[in-house]
Design a protein around this ligand. Sequence first.
Ligand SMILES: *Cc1c(COP(=O)(O)O)cnc(C)c1O
Length: 450
Amino acid sequence: MPATATRDSRSILVSKEKPSYGATEQRLGDGRSDLMPEVTKMKALACRECRKEYPTEALHVCELCFGPLEVKYNYDDIKGRISRDSIQNGPKSLWRYKELLPVASRPTIGLHAGMTPLVHAKNLGAFLGLDELYIKNDCVNHPTLSFKDRVVAVALTRARELGYETAACASTGNLANSVAAHAAQAGMQCYVFIPSDLEAAKVLGNLIFRPKVVEIEGNYDDVNRLCSEIAGERRWAFVNVNIRPYYAEGSKTLAFEVVEQLGWHAPDQVVVPMASGSLLTKIWKGLHELHTVGILQNVQTKVNGAQAEGCSPIATAFKHGRDFFQPVKPNTIAKSLAIGNPADGYYALKTAAESGGSMESVTDDEVREGIKLLARTEGIFAETAGGVTIGVLQKLVKQGAIRKQDVTVAYVTGNGLKTQEAVVDSVGRPFRIPPSLVKFEQMFGQQGAA
Ligand SMILES: *Cc1c(COP(=O)(O)O)cnc(C)c1O
């Protein structure tokens, strides 16, 4: 495949994109028409450091100071177009929050992502001593059973708008699964890049969708570095590299949904697993956006970050009171969170501190215990990242950082069937008997040994 110069492709994009910014009729997912010109929604991409603004194209770093770019919106315009009612009348997916998502036209990819259950976890709450514990259960997200279905729905819808035909990503596992599935459905070419030590179900969960799966002999940080280089050569939509500003916005829907599901209240505490740290920062951004557009009265949510001890650059920095982190070489069963040099680590530290929240890390044994505790109390089988969240939740309760009456939301972001290796040796074995009633009674009868 020929390498395309990014400069050229960018100028093509600008001309291609213009028509969609006119005052053309837009149709929402539920069939209502919306005659407002979309140009008013997204204002620009802005550098998070020096605030320099760029057009809303496939750009991700500031050319002045190399800071990351972020989508900036015209909240005054959005305010007039969004309300609790308009959201509740929207589609039963994350697209009900379309006004606060960075897409210009009608969503085309990932139409069923989001709106996962918020479970009042009374059993786990009683065990931990919490009256109002909720699990946001993204183990059952559509179509690939993790939170990544949110960010991919937004990133690839935007990538399509920008004229891309090939989807790609650097992944710790779940992202690759989601990009591969969405690309298959959308008829896009697809390349996914993963470290070579992933769980079997996450590898198979790519191959089944027939993308080009490229295993890199190295860890995620090696994968990511290579993908940045490839992104400079090929005109591909790397969802978490050149499309990253749009991708990251999809995470806000985990804040929006929780607020709506709590009856339009912000939680007192959230516990969020961190890989790059992006999800944590966007939950905070989402909560404040709801306040800015007048949907939420006030936000006093404490945002707490969770990592595995074997890869805890952000949590370790936080516990040492630093606002910068030291990159590490990951060594943990929580592979989906194993990013040693987290792109949003610095902003995650700032967010937790600003919100009055905290950060903690747990050992691999505590990750396993967390998975099993959630399963036996709430009937939810989470992957290792979920074990990290539950383990850290338990620690924060013990430390008194989360109190009995706090409305607390623990984000459980991926499905346990994808990381069976983590617990297969610690869940026991089935009882095994011949097909005989006598044998059954011997094992499970009144005087039996069961
Ligand atoms: C990717 C991922 C996260 C968080 O990722 P960030 O890079 O911090 O946004 C959390 N849980 C699971 C299961 C993931 O796959």
